[in-house]
Write a protein that binds this ligand. Structure first.
Ligand SMILES: O=C(O)c1cccc(C(=O)CC[C@H]2O[C@@H](n3cnc4c(=O)[nH]cnc43)[C@H](O)[C@@H]2O)c1
Length: 214
């Protein structure tokens, strides 16, 4: 039987999205749950964990659909709010570059370097029925309004996450199509004004998984 794979950044997110499922550690140190028609794999937080976990899991596999499901932050001017669910179709490596002394920053592509085959972003297929948005993948979180403004104005992204562009690049290089679905858990920027509602975000991701994946 053909199987799909769902990557989720953290065990906490996965246990809320896929209830009553047990995870075991595999021989690569990754937590995995094997359900009837899907495998759920925990990537770990951040670009390096996302690249390793997706590459090692996909390189000799025959999964027929790949999903990355998780929470994300929304930029204030995006029109999104906690509890909204989106399909990220273009995800930038937004903090790989150079910060000048005047606080301006350049992406690697603006310095003559590229990350993903001539580009500074990865692409995903759109998950049907969801709002299509641009994402920023960062390792250095935008915990101030200034940092959030810099990232957002550079790429025109609506949301921010920590794994998407890396996992997307692995899928592109392996010629496997993937969808990235994220629920907004907070606003980006000043930490005191982030308005986290992680419960709402988990609930919409669980509903999405029940309706479209399980
Ligand atoms: O403690 C904090 O201030 C804080 C700020 C942002 C994110 C975190 C997390 O622990 C979540 C990391 C996890 O969730 C995704 N995520 C959720 N919100 C954001 C965000 O505003 N910016 C970037 N990533 C976010 C991310 O993909 C990770 O998997 C804590």
């Amino acid at each position: 039987m053909e199987k799909s794979v769902v990557f989720v950044p953290t065990l906490k997110e996965a246990e809320k999205i896929f209830e009553n499922v047990s995870f075991i550690k595999n021989n690569h140190g990754l937590y995995i749950a094997e359900l009837k028609n899907i495998d759920v794999i925990i990537t770990g937080i951040g670009k390096s964990n996302a690249a390793f976990s997706s590459c090692i899991s996909l390189v000799n596999s025959s999964y027929y659909t790949v999903y990355l499901l998780g929470i994300c932050g929304a930029y204030r001017n995006s029109g999104l709010k906690p509890g909204d669910i989106v399909s990220i179709t273009k995800d930038y490596f937004a903090d790989e570059g150079l910060m000048n002394s005047d606080g301006e920053y350049k992406l690697l592509s603006e310095m003559g370097f590229t990350i993903n085959g001539g580009r500074n972003y990865s692409e995903f297929n759109c998950a049907e029925g969801l709002k299509k948005v641009i994402g920023n993948t960062v390792s250095f979180l935008s915990g101030t309004d200034k940092a959030a403004g810099l990232y957002q104005s550079k790429t025109k992204a609506s949301v921010e996450n920590m794994e998407g562009a890396s996992l997307g690049m692995v899928c592109e290089r392996l010629n496997i199509s993937a969808r990235q679905v994220r629920a907004v858990s907070n606003f980006c920027g000043d930490r005191k004004k982030q308005e986290w509602d992680i419960k709402k975000a988990f609930n919409v991701l669980r509903k999405f998984a029940e309706d479209y994946i399980l």
